[in-house]
Design a protein around this ligand. Structure first.
Ligand code: ADP
Ligand code: MG
Length: 919
């Protein structure tokens, strides 16, 4: 066998493999356990290189061989014989005895003797894979070998009685749990077995027929039906493995299986967020950063570690014998031999790898020839009695060593968490704003109340003081009046006495003048009065000063009130600003959400394109553009992307979307036309779109844009709208026919041509448009589009011709058409005849129909005979698998005298029944 490094030939192989063994660092580019720094650097640089174009590293499948020690039975039975293998671990070589005097030598990445500890086996076989899973790459660890050679011992041992016996599954999980952060990362596990091509959930035995789902975008396989359990600690994982083991035992008993016939697969999903790649919306101290800086979504890595305990490899050879049922043998054979074939194909760099032949190979698609880092341990026993099995196991391992994987970082943007974060931020801002608003209102109320209280107090004080002063003044006045009166009375009395004593003698005045009062007070009294007056004036001044003072205080309070009012105004203004800011934030979030929807929508589009390309020629159900579009939508009824377009439609509104068709920004125009096209694919939206002027806008876009994508998408939307008669006439009225015809001659892009041809094909089915279709070059364009040989385009062209011929045949029956078919005049007939037996059934069917319709009208007969269409009709009338077409052809042949005459001339007897035909 070409893969064997036997005898001296092993030297050449040895150099090759030594290179590999020395390049461990290449195989294990980073070790998260050793260096945490590495994360951010690889991630950052891969991101810098462009959003999704992550680096890929070539990584060969690594293969270790492990020898089981002799068991007690072998100790006795093989006591007289030497082991059939000899290991040279330091040279990484294994010698397999051929006979007493000859042996073959093989080299492996690691050679593990019967004394190798479980810890060493883990470190050599699995640890590099586990480390790279933690770094964001997928990984696989798989054991292959004859039953009883230690696959389960190596992978699944729980080490309950002896901790040193723990197998790879447990040790891998220990390393993973030690490394991940419980807050930011998550680890979850599913565990199932594959038996006779059915997948049974080992964590929920009632779930016994899980289906495999493949992501058409990247080919990733997943089992959405399998139970997925979050693992938080070592104990819960241990319990889970025990549960899996118990269920495996129960399931196997129930199904009459043994574990050696089934493949057990443990899948550990690791999701990690990459630090330092995003900025938060608001810093700790509440300072807001510009929102545009925060739109960068965080980065996460989703990787998985798959640990596979395969069924015994001897089953390949022995299945079918030893009491296996035939069915079982077939399936055991199927999965393991399919794996062998895939590995052979990959080892030989063959163009076709038969991955789809079995469920096992589908599940391991990423592990061999995919993007995972893969390590295989092949287990062998020492007994010479099983030399054959040991030899085939070794061959398998040797071939697997030649398989190269392209290891790829599984990193993606976490849009969901960005959206969640922005929403949280918005909620926080809203709450904060509400709180501030409340505090502000309270403060205003408090200030107002305080102000009012103060003013009332000051006014009260002022009026009290005034009143007091007034009373005091009145009292003083009354008192001084009284005093003056009293004094004046005393003076009067004194004065009267003096007059009696002095007057009569000194002044010689007559007694008659006795009654006259005295006129001049004394100077003492005057001084006293003056003093009093002064006092009064002083008092009055003091009172006036007091009044002034109070007035001043009043003015001061009023000023203070004005200042407060202006502060209230200022705060009001700030409030308005805050509200503005909030509105802006909400607007930006809305925009972001719509961008997100758009991204999902585009992803959906490109997946569809990919689907379409993959299905290629096989797209035989492509009878028309519309059923296909609908089919795609039906196929994914729960598709979130479609829902997102509908959501966009509801939220943004049709008019807004349509107005975006005229946006200045080319990107926006493209997005908008894509959204409109998607909506137009739904019959229920079509009327709304046309009513809102969408058809006119789409035609305008087709007319004025220079962008091929826009042309393609707009033409697709027009094709969808051209499904009903009213719209068809509208398209015609707005010059759509000549526009589409012009487009058909100008572009060479098959997808655009397919859309244009689809649209014209729909118009061809309308009786009222026949004349215009010819006059405005529609039929000419249809005929010219056959230059593009893409089967999808040809199918649309054929459909258009069939539609058109049908309308013509209707018109000729009604007598409204008399001349030759326009299709014949425009030169379509040779192509029709050439493709009448096209391999692609959609093309063939439509052409067959077109031929039958053309043949209905006697005036076409001569041309048809001339280019050989008669023979196609005869073939159709005999071989066509569709009965209606077959019958139509038979009827036409019989009823057209031109054809009858030709058949007679050629002595072909086209009689009344098929059986009588003699050609
Ligand atoms: P397989 O899964 O390949 O059928 P098992 O793992 O069940 O084989 O091993 C068969 C028997 O051999 C078990 O009893 C196991 O304990 C024993 N055995 C396997 N490998 C070793 C080993 N390296 N050292 C000791 N015993 C082993
Ligand atoms: Mg086993």
């Amino acid at each position: 066998m070409s893969t064997r490094n036997g005898g001296s030939a092993s030297r050449a192989g040895a150099t090759k493999f030594e290179n590999y063994s020395n390049s461990t660092s290449k195989f294990s580019p980073s070790s998260s356990l050793k260096s945490k720094l590495h994360h951010s650097t690889t991630a950052a640089s891969s991101l810098r290189r462009g959003s999704r174009d992550y680096s890929t590293i070539s990584g060969r499948v690594r293969v270790a061989v492990r020898l089981r020690p002799r068991n007690s039975e072998e100790m006795i039975a093989d006591a007289d014989f030497a082991d059939c293998v000899e290991l040279q671990p330091e040279l990484k070589r294994l010698k397999l005895q051929k006979n007493n005097w000859d042996s073959d030598t093989y080299e492996f990445d690691e050679v593990l003797t019967e004394y190798a500890s479980q810890k060493r086996v883990y470190e050599v076989v699995a640890k590099p894979v586990v480390e790279s899973v933690l770094d964001g790459y997928n990984g696989t660890v798989m054991a292959y070998g004859q039953t009883g050679t230690g696959k389960t011992y190596t992978l699944g041992r729980l080490g309950e009685e002896d901790a040193a016996g723990r197998g790879i599954m447990l040790r891998a999980m220990e390393d993973i749990l030690e490394e991940v952060s419980p807050e930011n990362d998550s680890v979850s596990v599913s565990y199932y077995q594959l038996y006779m091509e059915t997948i049974q959930d080992l964590l929920n035995p009632s779930n016994d027929n899980i289906t495999i789902v493949e992501d058409p975008k990247n080919g990733d396989v997943s089992l959405p039906g399998a139970t997925l359990v979050q693992i938080r600690d070592h104990k819960s994982f241990m319990e889970l493995l025990q549960l899996g083991e118990a269920h495996r035992f129960a399931t196997n008993t129930k199904l009459n299986t043994e574990s050696s016939r089934s493949h057990a697969i443990l899948m550990i999903h690791v999701k990690r967020s990459v630090k330092g790649k995003d900025s938060s919306v608001s810093t700790e101290n509440g300072n807001r950063t510009p929102i545009s800086k925060t739109l960068k979504p965080p980065v996460i890595r989703r990787s998985k570690l798959v640990i596979v305990d395969l069924a015994g490899s001897e089953r390949i050879d022995k299945s079918g014998s030893e009491g296996h049922t035939l069915e079982e043998a077939k399936y055991i054979n199927l999965s393991l031999s399919a794996l062998g074939k895939c590995i052979n194909a990959l080892a030989e760099n063959s163009a076709h790898v038969p991955v789809r032949d079995s469920k096992l190979t589908r599940l391991l698609r990423d592990s061999f020839g995919g993007t995972a880092r893969t390590s295989l341990v092949i287990t062998i026993g020492p007994s010479p009695r099983h030399r054959g099995e040991t030899s085939s196991t070794i061959s398998f391992g040797q071939r697997a060593m030649k398989v190269e994987n392209m290891v790829k970082l599984k990193e993606e943007f976490d849009y969901k968490s960005l959206s969640r974060r922005l929403e949280m931020q918005l909620d926080k801002l809203t709450a904060e704003h509400e709180r501030q608003q409340k505090a502000f209102d309270d403060e205003i109320e408090r200030i107002t109340l305080d102000g009012q209280k103060h003013i009332a107090g000051v006014e009260q004080n002022y009026s009290d003081a005034l009143e007091k002063q007034k009373l005091k003044c009145q009292k003083d006045y009354a008192e001084s009046l009284k005093r003056l009166e009293k004094q004046s009375a005393v003076k009067q009395e004194k004065y009267g006495q003096q007059k009696v004593n002095v007057g009569l003698s000194d002044y010689g005045i007559d007694q008659k003048s006795k009654s006259q009062p005295p006129v001049l007070p004394s100077s003492d009294e005057v001084t006293e009065l003056m003093q009093k007056l002064k006092n009064e004036i002083l008092l009055r001044n003091a009172a006036e000063a007091e009044v002034d003072n109070l007035n001043k205080q009043l003015i001061q309070w009023k000023n203070m009130e004005a200042a407060r009012n202006s502060e209230i105004l200022k705060l009001g203004k700030r409030l308005e600003d805050e509200e503005c800011e909030k509105a802006k934030l909400e607007e930006e979030i809305k925009m972001l959400q719509s961008q997100l929807l758009q991204i999902s929508f585009e992803a959906d589009q490109s997946r569809r394109n990919l689907d379409k390309r993959l299905s290629g020629q096989a797209a035989s159900s492509l009878d028309s553009l519309i059923p296909q579009a609908k089919h795609q939508q039906l196929r994914e009824p729960a598709d979130g992307d479609k829902a997102s377009v509908v959501k966009l439609f509801e939220q943004v509104g049709l008019h807004k979307i349509l107005s975006l068709l005229q946006s200045d920004d080319a990107d926006v125009r493209i997005h908008a036309v894509k959204v409109v096209a998607n909506l137009a694919a739904e019959e229920s939206n079509q009327e709304k779109i046309v009513q809102a002027g969408g058809l006119t806008s789409l035609l305008e876009l087709l007319r004025s844009s220079n962008d091929e994508t826009i042309h393609r998408v707009a033409a697709g939307a027009i094709a969808n709208l051209a499904m009903n008669e009213t719209n068809q006439e509208l398209i015609m009225a707005q010059g759509g026919i000549s526009l589409l015809s012009l487009k058909a001659t100008k572009t060479e892009d098959p997808q655009t041509l397919r859309m244009v041809a689809g649209a014209i094909a729909n118009l061809c089915g309308n009786d009222k448009l026949q004349v215009k279709l010819r006059g405005e070059g529609g039929i000419r364009a249809l005929v010219e589009m056959v230059r593009c040989r893409h089967p999808d385009v040809l199918a649309q062209v054929a459909r258009g011709m069939a539609n058109f011929a049908k309308c013509e045949s209707r018109a000729s029956t009604q007598g409204t058409k008399t001349g030759r078919s326009v299709l014949i005049e425009e030169g379509a007939l040779p192509w029709i005849v050439q493709n009448a037996n096209n391999d692609a059934s959609p093309i063939r069917r439509h052409i067959e129909l077109a031929l039958c319709h053309l043949a209905q009208h006697e005036v076409n007969a001569r041309d048809m005979i001339h280019v050989g269409a008669l023979w196609e009709l005869v073939r159709i009338s005999r071989d066509c698998s569709r009965e209606d077409i077959r019958v139509l052809a038979q009827r036409t042949l019989k009823s057209t005298s031109g054809f009858q005459a030709e058949l007679k001339r050629l002595r072909v007897d086209y009689g009344l029944s098929n059986e009588e035909c003699t050609w």
